[in-house]
Design a protein. Structure first.
Length: 92
């Protein structure tokens, strides 16, 4: 396999991992939110908590994903097997 194919496969795998992390965090935060909120809680508060759950799951998944990618890249030295996504050349 060449470097470009390795990069494409890594990007596809990373996207799937990021979506799974986001889904797992969403379910976890939703479970915790249901434990905290009661049926008597106002609907405005419930909507705010739901929006915060969505926000925290998105931000948390990107944070965890970046940590995982940095760890994997260091551990197996993936930079030598992958094509750079952004070249350092500047156009004049």
């Amino acid at each position: 396999m060449n470097k470009k194919l390795n990069t494409v496969l890594f990007m596809i795998g990373g996207t799937i991992l990021n979506i799974l992390l986001m889904l797992a965090l969403f379910v976890l935060f939703l479970f915790l939110g249901n434990k905290v909120l009661t049926p008597e809680t106002a609907s405005n508060i419930k909507m705010l908590v739901f929006l915060l759950i969505i926000g925290f799951s998105v931000v948390g998944s990107f944070f965890l994903y970046s940590r995982i990618v940095k760890f994997i890249t260091k551990k197996w030295n993936l930079e030598e097997y992958m094509h750079p996504l952004f070249s350092g050349k500047r156009r004049q």
